[in-house]
Design a protein. Structure first.
Length: 81
């Protein structure tokens, strides 16, 4: 599990470094929000559509993923700037 998280963080930061310009804190936040929205949809509502879980859990996974990626975008934006 730790290896997967490290590889995902590496891919997130590498994609930002390679494809995002200009590199700034606000751009990092925007990047994190967009990537987090997509990841949150697939994790929260994708799971909700395939598994018998309560809606509150799906919403929590969606919002949690979105917030996590927004913070990651801020961190990457601060480092890469």
């Amino acid at each position: 599990m730790y290896v997967v998280v490290l590889l995902a963080a590496f891919a997130f930061a590498t994609a930002y470094g390679w494809f995002v310009n200009p590199r700034s804190l606000s751009t990092g936040l925007k990047y994190g929000l967009v990537v987090g929205f997509g990841a949150g949809l697939s994790m929260g509502y994708g799971s909700y559509s395939a598994m018998p879980i309560p809606y509150a859990l799906a919403l929590g996974w969606f919002l949690g993923s979105w917030l996590e990626f927004a913070v990651a975008g801020l961190i990457v934006g601060a480092i890469e700037k």
